[in-house]
Design a protein around this ligand. Structure first.
Ligand SMILES: [Zn+2]
Length: 318
């Protein structure tokens, strides 16, 4: 086993500090597949717990092929701090989502330079994964082509959202869309909530990635746990917003099954002190995503449901 630490230069700050992206290459020194896994293109999305566990596991158990691990894919987004909160989804200079710069440009904006370095490494792989977190959420995969469903079944994350990135301008310059265009199979995984340590979610993703390595013969399949017998895919979601500016409490925990008429959340409005406004669901589904705050302006996103009418079950090999 050969482990190499590489620092790829992306640019400099006005102070002259060099910015670079660190990656670890774990090479079994036996021919096989190459898997690329990046974490943290968006500042504050902690998926390094997963990278850390994978590093220790692969160091001991990788027997074929190689794995590139990028613990922090963005040396700028993680510096965007205000008090205890890292606000790294959007580039504060450009106002743009950091994950809309792919395939990147080495002579472009800082966001495009970062994307170019990441993309140059990711496109050399046979399979690339982009790890994120999503507000407060259960883990879910995001896939951009229906022929990736075989990989979803191997990895076995409970819920997986299909987004037609090729035909959707809003997703055209994501890492995943760029990799699709370059012919590299790929997946995005939302690994749980922002700025959190959720051991069960870490375990779900790490176990899924071990099954992926086993499917490529990169590790012994005896080292994996079986996938759940069934996973679900969905494409349609519905968003519920705050009807008034208020403080707000959720009625149900993340992952809860919701029926039409169930209370979704309770609004506490200063203009109507002493009363509580309950907002009910108009849909059947699962509460999979919520905003990580109790403080709402009129019209702010509160929760998202994935809809039962659109959810499809896939049987895994387990
Ligand atoms: Zn993200």
């Amino acid at each position: 086993m050969k482990i190499t630490k590489n620092r790829n230069f992306v640019g400099t700050t006005p102070m002259g500090t060099e910015l670079s992206i660190l990656n670890y290459e774990l090479d079994s020194e036996t021919p096989g597949k190459h898997v690329y896994i990046q974490s943290g293109i968006h500042g504050g999305e902690i998926t390094q717990w997963i990278i850390h566990e994978l590093f220790l596991f692969l160091k001991k158990n990788l027997r074929q092929g190689k794995v590139t691990l990028v613990p922090c894919a963005n040396p700028v987004s993680w510096t965007q701090r205000a008090y205890y909160s890292t606000n790294g989804k959007f580039d504060f200079y450009m106002g743009k989502d950091w994950n809309r710069n792919f395939p990147g440009n080495p002579e472009g904006s800082m966001g495009e330079r970062i994307a170019a370095v990441l993309f140059a490494n990711a496109k050399k792989s046979d399979f690339a994964l982009d790890l994120h977190t999503s507000r407060e959420s259960i883990p879910f995969g995001i896939y951009s082509r229906s022929d990736y469903e075989d990989v979803l079944k191997i990895i076995g994350i409970g819920y997986n959202q299909f987004i037609d990135m090729k035909n959707s301008p809003a997703y055209a310059n994501t890492m995943n869309a760029g990799l699709d265009a370059a012919g590299v199979r790929n997946l995005c995984i939302e690994c749980g909530s922002h700025d959190a340590y959720e051991p069960q979610n870490v375990r779900e993703v790490v176990n899924g990635l071990k099954r992926l390595f086993a499917s490529f013969d990169m590790i012994d399949s005896g080292l994996t746990e079986p996938a759940p017998a069934e996973i679900k895919t969905f494409a349609k979601t519905v968003k519920y917003t705050a009807p008034v500016g208020c403080l707000l409490r959720l009625a149900k925990p993340l992952g809860a099954r919701i029926k039409k008429g169930d209370d979704l959340f309770y609004c506490f409005d200063n203009n109507d002190l002493g009363s509580v406004l309950a907002v009910q669901s108009k849909h059947d589904g699962v509460l999979f995503k919520a905003s990580p705050t109790h403080i709402y302006w009129s019209g702010d996103d509160v929760v998202q449901l994935l809809l039962d009418e659109d959810t499809k079950a896939l049987t895994t090999a387990a």
